[in-house]
Design a protein around this ligand. Structure first.
Ligand code: ATP
Ligand code: CU1
Length: 841
């Protein structure tokens, strides 16, 4: 049982690594099989839009209209192409995310310890394993320190198994406790798990609430469309006695009503959202997190490393003498007794520490005390536990008859281990409280002697003597007060949940700008509260200190029971249950263990609280934009369906054929709606309360508003068409002019829905370049179908005179002003909901 220390390990050199990587390939398991092109095609064939188009092609063939059939066939191919590209891009995004979330490995290479992606490991690599890691490859243990591993992934049994040196550990299993150094024996498909063929770490692609809502809506509208189309088809047959024509009219109607863009929009917005988050160094592990982010009402954050920099330095040492406490501060000369205190703290730390606290001990020790003699060896150790946050190292010192025992931990725990008199304990804890109140993290240090090797069962078995206290500074990150202030304005309550001393918690909270006076609750009070009482407490408490992971879980559950949408950060193995329980579990990419990362839905690669606030901001923007796009799609269907329907009812010559609808529905509308994704955030995005998470994406109020907008456009274009016909314009001219008017009015609909503000400036501002591009593309496409002779004939168009074209295009401009005026009136009387406030029904 020897802990890794002494000479630095060298590990493989880069040339060797490159060679092995080239011959063995990356340390990756075979990917789950991609969906085959055939399966994707089958899925596309199930889409109603595809079937309707197919049916129309068939009827045109029956009618002998080969050109029309060919044109619609082209649209079918476009649908297939778009779906395949979409599929391929989503797959690629998922794959990159999968790479980034795969376990990492801590290896020695070329004499240096470094953290690399698990896939870059090769056979022969020297790796270190620690609590919370997923073992990245099969490996043989060289040095072991209380290691136990959960092999349930391989054996199915969820038991932790203690491992001794020379034992084998397997890729994919989980280190539940301890540390070890191991040498990689097999990577990738040659590992045990690779041979079994288990698929690991597959990203969850469950259906999110929004997807379910949207699917529901699409289904609903499809039925409605079907019913209306049947009625229209029958009406056509009844009035005009033409079966094939009636079927075509029915198909046209159905296509115009199909809201198939909704699902496309949702998929694209969420995939783009994950990409935008990754640009801010935030990884999305569960798609639902992006939806939920914007609705978060409470943000539970830990302290160390999230609010603070996690760069510790020892600021003060305190010893207790019969004449009272004696304090050493940074910069003073270190007397002998203080040196003993520091040395003991160093002995109680790992020899190659990761914990910044322990690094601070080593850092200070290396400047002013003798190093631990190389002949000393760590004989036994006791780790931190939630019940007793203290750790003890037992050293075998050459030339001494007894072992040297060194302990460090929370001052209360160390006081308990030392069995201090009540008087003495009060004095020590008061001093610890003083230091904590300055925002410092305080540890107690104790020592003992021990004869023999019959180790006591726990740390209480030693005869500890208190040496003193150590205070470490860990300043808060510079950007924290601003980020906290942003949350406050956005109506998000920030709650600090820490394992640290209440004094430290309060001091850091004050510096961060949290409401430090609003009441602090200790972990033990959480434990003593009933669920009912805890629910009441969490509603009014911003600080929780000396909290264990289990109590953290209860806090999350109590907040959830109060109806809050909870985001929660965490990093340790024990945090996994609370991360899972929270609506949005957030793990730290740097500090976080693999276990925590796997339990969470977001990973902050830079461990930075501000990135979290930025993600919330982005989440709100994505949701806003999603709604704007949906609003637009609702609205745009009204004129299309209306113009397909009215001529049938009134007996005018038909304005829209299947190919017009296909052109509008398959090309123009998706182009128009996708650009909402890039829309800038609303000015008040972080100055308004979180949206009501229970409110549906599509409220009746929002749908009604959109339908009115659409009706306005329908009225204008309809009147225009009627006027042209009344004026005696030939039918193809009237159709072309009406089509120009329709497309231009649709663009107006898109512009009018860009912002929640009814001002023209907001509708036309150029921040979103995609919007400008959209207008340009629309214009070019429109010019193509009207300007290119064969297309023009197919679409039943004839080029109208210039004045008519100008009036038609002007319909868009008039439409935009009408739509904005309508919005202004509605918002004046408080009926036009801003993008994401609660909707009035
Ligand atoms: N390496 C260590 N050695 C000795 N004591 C430790 C060590 N790490 C933590 N402790 C003690 O355990 C307490 C709880 O630690 P824990 O990691 O749960 O929370 P924390 O790091 O203090 O705060 P946060 O939850 O904000 O990250 C610490 O305040 C400290 O007293
Ligand atoms: Cu549609």
């Amino acid at each position: 049982m020897n802990v890794p220390h002494g000479a630095p390990r060298s590990g493989l050199d880069p040339a060797e690594v490159a060679h092995r990587l080239a011959t063995d390939g990356p340390n990756e398991l075979p990917r789950p099989p991609r969906r085959t092109a055939r399966r994707i095609l089958l899925e596309i064939a199930r889409e109603p839009m595809f079937q309707l188009l197919g049916l129309a092609v068939f009827i045109y063939l029956l009618l002998g209209d080969h050109a029309e059939a060919g044109m619609l066939l082209a649209f079918l191919l476009i649908i297939i192409a778009i779906t395949l590209i979409q599929e391929w891009r989503t797959e690629r995004v998922l794959e990159t995310l999968r790479d980034m979330t795969s376990p990492r490995a801590l290896v020695w290479r070329d004499g240096q310890q470094q953290r690399i992606a698990g896939r870059d490991l090769v056979q022969g690599d020297l790796i270190e394993l620690a609590e919370g890691d997923r073992v990245p490859a099969d490996a043989q243990l060289l040095e072991v320190n209380d290691l136990s591993v959960d092999e349930s992934l391989l054996s199915g049994e969820s038991l932790s198994i203690a491992k001794a040196p020379a034992a084998q550990v397997y890729a994919g299993t989980m280190v539940v406790a301890g540390r070890a150094i191991a040498q990689v024996t097999a990577t990738g498909a040659r590992s045990e798990i690779g041979r079994i063929g288990t698929v690991l770490g597959a990203l969850e692609v469950e259906r999110t609430p929004l997807q379910l809502q949207t699917r529901q809506l699409v289904r609903w509208f499809s039925w409605l469309g079907l019913a209306v189309s049947l009625a229209v088809g029958l009406l056509f047959v009844w009035t005009r006695g033409d079966w094939l024509g009636g079927t075509l009219a029915g198909i046209t109607m159905a296509m115009s009503l199909l809201p198939q863009e909704f699902l496309l929009i949702l998929t694209v917005f969420m995939a783009m959202g994950a990409w935008r988050l990754s640009q801010r160094r935030v990884l999305t592990r569960r798609a639902s997190a992006i939806e939920t982010l914007g609705a978060a009402t409470v943000l539970c954050t830990d302290k160390t490393g999230t609010l603070t920099r996690n760069q510790m330095a020892i600021e003060a040492l305190v010893r207790f003498t019969p004449n009272g406490p004696l304090k050493w501060s940074r910069g003073d000369r270190l007397d002998e007794a203080s040196q003993a205190l520091l040395r003991c703290g160093t002995l109680a730390s790992e020899q190659e520490p990761f914990d910044p606290m322990e690094r601070a001990f080593h850092a200070l020790a290396s400047t002013c005390i003798e190093p631990v003699p190389a002949s000393w060896h760590l004989a036994h150790e006791y780790s931190l536990s939630p019940d007793l946050p203290a750790m003890t190292h037992v050293w075998r010192a050459d030339g001494r008859s007894s072992h040297v025992v060194a302990a460090k931990g929370a001052p209360e725990s160390i006081a308990r281990l030392c069995r201090l008199s009540e008087e003495h304990q009060r004095q020590v804890l008061a001093e610890a409280g003083n230091l904590a109140d300055q925002g410092m993290r305080v540890l107690g240090i104790a020592t003992a002697d021990f004869q023999g090797t019959d180790w006591p069962a726990d740390q209480h078995g030693f005869d500890f003597r208190l040496l003193g206290l150590v205070a470490l500074a860990d300043p808060i990150r510079d950007n924290i007060p601003r980020a906290i202030e942003e949350c406050r304005r956005a109506g998000i309550r920030v709650v600090m949940v820490t394992g640290d001393h209440p004094g430290t918690a309060r001091a850091i909270a004050r510096q961060a700008g949290l409401d430090a006076e609003a009441g602090l609750m200790l972990g033990k009070d959480v434990a003593a509260s009933s669920d009912e009482a805890l629910r009441r407490s969490v509603a009014a408490t911003t600080l929780f200190a000396r909290v264990t992971p289990h109590q953290k879980l209860r806090i999350v559950q109590a907040l959830k029971a109060n109806g809050e949408v909870v985001a929660m950060t965490g990093d340790g193995v024990n945090d996994a249950p609370s991360l899972k329980a929270a609506h949005i579990g957030i793990a730290m990419g740097g500090r976080g263990t693999d276990v925590a990362r796997e339990a969470s839905s977001l990973v902050l690669l830079d461990d930075d609280f501000e990135a979290l606030v930025q993600s919330i901001r982005l989440g709100r923007r994505i949701y806003d934009n999603l709604r704007k796009a949906m609003r637009f799609v609702f609205a745009v269907h009204v004129p299309i369906a209306g113009l397909a329907l009215i001529p049938l009812l009134t007996g005018w010559t038909l304005l829209l054929f299947p190919m017009h609808i296909a052109f509008l529905e398959i090309i123009i509308d998706p182009v128009c709606s996708i650009v909402f994704e890039a829309e800038e955030e609303e000015r008040d995005v972080m100055n308004r309360p979180p949206r009501d998470s229970a409110a549906p994406l599509f409220s009746a109020g929002m749908i009604a508003q959109s339908l009115v907008q659409g009706a306005l456009v329908l009225l204008m274009v309809g009147l225009f068409y009627w006027g042209l016909l009344q004026n005696g314009e030939p039918e193809p001219v009237a159709r072309a002019a009406a089509f120009i008017a329709l497309v231009s009015a649709n663009t107006a609909l898109a512009l009018a829905n860009r912002s929640s503000s009814p001002s023209l400036k907001a509708a036309l501002r150029m921040g979103n370049h995609a919007m400008g591009g959209m207008i340009l593309i629309t214009a070019i496409l429109l010019a193509t179908v009207i300007g290119v002779a064969p297309l023009r004939q197919l679409f039943g168009f004839e080029i109208p005179g210039l004045p008519t074209i100008i009036v038609a295009a002007g319909i868009g401009a008039i439409g935009l002003s009408l739509l904005l005026a309508y919005k202004a009136v509605m918002s004046r009387i408080g009926l036009f909901p801003t993008a994401s406030r609660h909707e009035s029904p």
